[in-house]
Design a protein around this ligand. Structure first.
Ligand code: ZN
Length: 57
């Protein structure tokens, strides 16, 4: 189980998914809906993946 915790101040949204690809597509959608990021770059996604994603047993 992969978990994403949004690092944006005053947001704090959490998502979980069985695999990382599913999670990151939810994250991309969240960035679009909540943070007006129309096109998340690989750099941004990589950054979020390393800072906001944890792997649960
Ligand atoms: Zn957020």
């Amino acid at each position: 189980m992969h978990q994403f915790q949004c690092g944006h101040q005053e947001c704090g949204s959490q998502y979980t998914a069985a695999n990382k690809d599913d999670l990151m597509s939810q994250v991309a959608q969240h960035l679009k809906d909540a943070h007006n990021v129309d096109k998340a770059t690989q750099t941004l996604m990589g950054y979020l993946e390393s800072t906001c994603v944890t792997v649960q047993p």
